[in-house]
Design a protein around this ligand. Structure first.
Ligand code: SF4
Length: 483
């Protein structure tokens, strides 16, 4: 069976093959080297090089699913050399070469482990923490030493109670490693959102986390750091969540250590196979994923594969797009509009979305600056439909104005959420703050104006607000809890 190993699986320049057609390769063998910013690529299979193209090395594998995790071990005289040799990149999707990212003196700062797993339906990061947290703690310890950090902090949503409990027990035994709980809103996993939530510092869209003496690094990347240093294992496999219109149900299946180069189609077959007619296959999560094909290969940055139901047919209706820096870009939103058979008449972007070298970056991720004017612009352009890719807070704001203007609201995640039976993203139903471990939930009592008595309690686990009215009825309660 032939497998395609892409020469560019990271931010930077494509690697150059250091093998040629006909060469014998073994699992873990170096097959491509960086030509600038990049990360080394190793063979995920034993076999023979079938072909080298401009973009990939094609390997004819002998044993695509080995029973043992055997590989050619890395060589390197210290931790940094091993990280470079391993070909590590940001496995949360960003793909920035890890050895470059962690080559920094944080002067007693922070390793922030991004465990937000912010994209709905993806479950492999939390699954890793539930099943293999000690290895990830080891990775944090290596990174703390390497970057001269005084603290490692797991930024994780409070709703993942099992993983939080496991981590809390392990952190008790470690010096300088703790947990910071995040609310269940999008986009808590954005790098600067993690810094803001954990350290209370709002970075500008052009700032790197190092401005706040920190490195933000995804859970799986930390796992692979531990494997590179402790087991001398190169990056040859990837953890992937698969969900959607599949035989056997739409729930998420998690596959650990999928060989890089495995096709999307093979992985879907392992998950049960596509169940009948479908709309599209998305590689990545519902917000930042892109359409893909069955023959596309899994790379070091592939986190999710989602098969959707067919799209709703809007029969040529006029549509306006409202872009978010943390959602689909204009190309992706136009693609969704086309698949919904709508005509795009107007494109607006959230006023906090700044264009930085052709990519939108949010000034303050997840905190809405207001969207009424954007909705009015779309209405004035003659649209009846609005397709948004906004964060939880801004979607809530759009819902405050667009329906009143007579606009039908569609969110870019709708088709995926409908496929898996998840409630469509519309109003904000959870708080933007959560109590930290050991903190008491917020409680507010008594309305002074009406004399009514009520208690508002924020659930520590899911961040939901519960209102218990003891006296009075039909009272209006204004709560500042979303601030
Ligand atoms: S504030 Fe605007 S740009 Fe930022 S996350 Fe929300 S919708 Fe996106």
């Amino acid at each position: 069976m032939k497998y395609t190993i892409l020469l560019k699986q990271h931010i930077g320049a494509p690697c150059a093959a250091c093998v040629k057609a006909g060469d014998k390769v073994e699992r873990g063998m170096l097959i491509a080297e960086p030509t600038g910013l990049g990360a080394a690529i190793h063979s995920p299979f034993d076999g023979k090089v079938a072909e080298i193209t401009e973009t990939a090395i094609i390997i004819d594998a002998e044993n695509a699913e080995p029973k043992e995790d055997k590989f050619i071990p890395l060589t390197g005289s210290d931790d940094m050399e091993l990280l470079k040799a391993a070909g590590l990149v940001g496995m949360g999707g960003a793909g920035f070469p890890t050895a470059v990212k962690v080559n920094v003196d944080l002067k007693g700062g922070y390793i922030l482990v991004n465990a937000a797993e912010c994209e709905p339906l993806l479950e492999h990061n939390i699954g890793q923490l539930e099943t293999d947290a000690p290895k990830i703690i080891e990775g944090v310890k290596i990174l703390k030493k390497l970057c001269n950090a005084k603290e490692g902090v797991f930024a994780i949503k409070a709703k993942h109670k099992k993983a939080v409990d496991i981590l809390a027990k392990l952190c008790e035994k470690e010096d300088g490693i703790r947990i910071h709980l995040l609310p269940d809103i999008y986009p808590m996993g954005e790098e600067r959102a993690v810094v803001r939530e954990v350290l209370g510092k709002l970075l500008s869209p052009t700032d790197l986390p190092s401005v706040a003496d920190s490195v933000v690094i995804n859970v799986e990347t930390v796992q692979r750091v531990a494997e590179a240093v402790l087991n001398k294992r190169p990056v040859i496999t990837k953890n992937v969540s698969v969900a959607g219109k599949l035989k056997g149900g739409t729930h998420t299946r998690v596959f650990y250590d999928v060989p890089i180069g495995t096709t999307v189609g093979e992985l879907i077959e392992r998950a049960g196979g596509i169940d009948g007619e479908y709309g599209e296959i998305v590689m990545g999560g519902p917000f930042t994923g892109k359409p893909t094909t069955l023959d596309a290969p899994i790379t070091k940055t592939t986190g999710g594969i989602i098969v959707t139901k067919p799209f709703e047919d809007l029969k040529g209706a006029k549509m306006g797009l409202l872009l978010c820096a943390c959602g689909g870009n204009e190309e992706r939103m136009r693609d969704i509009a086309k698949k919904m058979n709508a005509t795009v008449e107007c494109v607006q972007k959230c006023k906090q979305a700044q264009d930085i070298k052709g990519t939108l970056k949010c000034e303050n991720p997840g905190n809405c600056p207001g969207q009424a004017q954007k909705c009015m612009n779309i209405k004035k352009a003659g649209c009846t439909e609005i397709l948004i890719g906004n964060c939880s807070d801004c979607t809530n704001t759009v819902m405050g104005s667009a329906p009143k203007l007579g606009l039908n609201v569609h969110h870019q995640t709708d088709t995926i959420f409908d496929t898996v039976g998840k409630e469509r993203m519309r109003y904000l139903t959870t708080s933007k703050t959560v109590p930290q471990l050991g903190e008491e939930p917020e409680v507010t009592v008594t309305s002074s104006e009406s004399g009514c008595e009520y208690t508002v309690t924020q659930d520590v686990e899911d961040g939901l607000l519960h209102i218990d009215i003891k006296e009075g009825k039909n009272i209006e309660i204004e709560l500042p809890l979303f601030l």
